[in-house]
Design a protein around this ligand. Structure first.
Ligand code: GDP
Length: 461
């Protein structure tokens, strides 16, 4: 079983540079340079205030210069390979932030022997340099783009190699099983077949069980890194905005509150017990009279189809409308119904809603007093997770989930083969499982998959 040849064996790379900090006004900006020429590029553009030889990892005060002119007053450092972010020689210039200066410093660097880095290229070099694997690179990306503290913690854990460790442990168990079967196949006289098959099956079943549990909890990991889509639906004046405000107000960790560009769909972000949520407020579901409104409603229906959870708000002081009845009767994403205005007389009852939609979870709320809002939050959280536990989650995206599924299926086939004592087939399927798991960490993955992952990175990382 061989390792991927791509990692650690890439031909010598050129030298890349980029602004590593966010664009816009800021105290400082960092220009990062990586590659064999990093040190010489730095020495071409940077003049220490007190002329001196710059030793590795010593921050030095000075100026970025071009054609004898000062471009900016900076601090600069270079770090010798291999103990750097990219595993190559790296130089960093801390210049003044803002719209203009960082770009000017970068331009000077690019005119002095470096080329502009592609998105994610620094981290990609850390991967090819063998310092991190694919899951750790994805962890970097999750950490940078995290929108809640909990999501950031998950990103940091993955960056630290937690997922890789779990995968390596499973691979190692599979490898033991494969070795055991192959030893028997090579020396069949040494053992009695039924015993061999039974012991191998036991080991394979343990790995399969662990994978199934990981897949069950993967939904939580995916939601931590990618967010949850909750769509808010309901007729006008049922209290949708008031309830949304209640959900936003109670927990101070609002990430952002940006109005959508269209008049029909409004997006808010909220923090649901640590899960980052994108909440979409659709236009009322009434039949539209004018064209613009009709388009809005079509879009709302589309949103409903893509939701992880639909939150339908009903004004319980009024009878159910036709649109509400239609939505309740419609299969689709898991439904949470807030029977709002519980302070007013109940015209619509829980039983009536339950009859139309037996699966829906019903919560009585009063947006006016805030009653039931906490229960609503908890219900939304549990409905989104569907039994998955964020604490137990370590597969965090669709790529991991697909690979783990492939591995679990291959182990299933291996178990059948062991059952019928076709040990050679079992060994082959266990190898397939071993390789599928290897794809998660990037041990045996193709370059286009690697490229696709790093293309999602932001510039300068
Ligand atoms: P939306 O059109 O669905 O977003 O509904 P709004 O949140 O704008 O609320 C419509 C009206 O209902 C407003 O006058 C709110 O003050 C009122 N309202 C919302 N929730 C409640 C509630 O629980 N009880 C009562 N009595 N009034 C409410």
């Amino acid at each position: 079983l061989e390792k991927c040849p791509a990692r650690g064996e890439k031909e010598l790379m050129d030298t890349i540079a980029s602004i590593a900090t966010a664009v816009g006004a800021g105290g400082i900006a960092v220009i990062r340079i990586s590659g064999p020429e990093a040190k010489s590029v730095l020495s071409r553009v940077f003049a220490p205030h007190v002329p001196q030889k710059m030793s590795s990892r010593m921050l030095t005060y000075g100026y970025v210069m071009e054609n004898g002119q000062k471009v900016d007053e900076c601090m600069a450092v270079w770090m010798r390979a291999p103990h750097t972010y990219t595993t190559e020689d790296v130089a960093e210039i801390q210049c003044h932030g803002g719209q203009v200066t960082a770009q000017r410093v970068l331009d000077v660097v690019l005119r002095s022997g470096a080329r502009l880095a592609e998105p994610g290229e620094f981290t990609k070099r850390a991967f090819f340099g063998g310092r991190i694997d694919l899951t750790q690179a994805e962890g970097v990306m999750d950490l940078i783009s995290a929108r809640t503290e909990r999501a950031a913690r998950a990103g940091l854990q993955q960056m630290g190699g937690y997922l890789s460790e779990r995968i390596h442990a499973l691979q190692s168990e599979l490898l033991d099983t494969i070795a055991y079967i192959e030893a028997y196949l090579d020396y069949p006289d040494e053992d009695i077949e039924p015993l061999t098959a039974e012991k191998a099956a036991q080991q394979a079943r343990a790995v399969q069980k662990e994978l199934e549990s990981a897949l069950k909890n993967a939904r939580a990991g995916r939601m931590l890194s990618g967010g949850v889509r909750i769509v808010l639906a309901g007729s006008p004046n049922t209290g949708k905005s008031s309830l949304l405000n209640g959900l936003l107000r109670e927990q101070r960790a609002i990430v952002t509150a940006t109005a959508g560009t269209t008049r029909d769909v409004l997006r808010e972000e909220l923090n649901l017990n640590g899960l980052p949520v994108q909440l979409t407020d659709t236009a009322g579901l009434r039949e539209a009279s004018d064209e613009v409104e009709r388009i809005g409603i079509d879009r709302a229906r589309e949103e409903l189809r893509g939701a992880d959870v639909v939150l339908l708000v009903i004004d319980r002081s009024r009878p159910l409308g036709e649109e509400e009845k239609a939505l309740l009767g419609q299969p689709g994403a898991p439904l949470v119904v807030a029977l709002n205005k519980s302070d007013l007389g109940a015209v619509t009852t829980d039983a009536e809603v339950h009859k139309l939609s037996p699966q829906a979870k019903i919560v009585d709320t009063c947006a006016k007093t805030g009653e039931g809002v906490e229960t609503l939050r908890q219900t939304l959280y549990e409905t989104a997770l569907r039994g998955a536990s964020p604490e137990e989650a370590y597969l965090t995206n669709e790529r991991h989930i697909q690979a783990a599924r492939t591995a679990a299926e291959a182990i299933g086939r291996a178990l059948e083969a062991l059952n019928t004592h076709t040990l050679d087939c079992a060994a082959l399927d266990l190898r397939v499982a071993w390789e599928a798991l290897g794809a998660i960490t990037g041990e045996n993955t193709t370059e286009d998959i690697v490229d696709r992952i790093f293309a999602k990175f932001c510039l300068g990382k």
